[in-house]
Design a protein. Structure first.
Length: 170
């Protein structure tokens, strides 16, 4: 299923992007996920109806939750294994951000669009997510790329794809 088909199914009311062909490189896959989630949030901000907002917010919550879980399975262990000597530092930063996002998602799941605090909590989740993506894209990934070759990045990308598919089927 293409990302466009996935969006249409997951978030009626969201704008469907054209299909994208990605490399198997872990960094490319994760950055694509970051951009996909940002796109969903822009769609949320531009949504025409409260129901569209709710559908898109549900998609954002699902995507960020899946993203955080897959990072814990694939990315964080890669930091620990391959980045020397600071892999544990990068891993701990990533764990802290993942936990903060998961806690906020848990709080948001008790609210519906239109209820007091819903939009503020979603904004908070996106703010934490953006902090995470900034650290990852500007610090962690460049360091990981210094420490591994293309083959390892592709193996990690394959592991990312497999884990992501499992979470999308849930």
């Amino acid at each position: 299923m293409s990302s466009g088909e996935y969006i249409a199914k997951l978030a009626p009311g969201a704008n469907v992007p054209p299909p994208v062909q990605l490399s198997n490189d872990l960094v490319a896959r994760v950055v694509h996920d970051h951009k996909f989630i940002e796109k969903l949030y822009r769609d949320f901000e531009d949504a025409a109806s409260e129901q569209d907002c709710q559908n898109i917010a549900n998609a954002i919550i699902r995507e960020i939750g899946s993203h955080a879980n897959v990072e814990e399975i694939v990315v964080i262990p890669a930091y620990e294994k391959y980045i020397n000597p600071d892999g544990n530092k990068y891993a701990e930063k990533a764990r802290q951000k993942a936990l903060a996002v998961k806690n906020s998602i848990y709080e948001l799941r008790g609210l519906k669009m239109g209820e007091k605090g819903f939009q503020a909590k979603l904004f908070d989740i996106m703010s934490t997510f953006r902090d995470h993506t900034g650290i990852e894209e500007q610090e962690s990934f460049p360091k990981l790329k210094e420490c591994v070759d293309t083959e390892v990045l592709n193996e990690l990308g394959h592991a990312w794809n497999e884990a992501k598919e499992k979470f999308e089927k849930r």
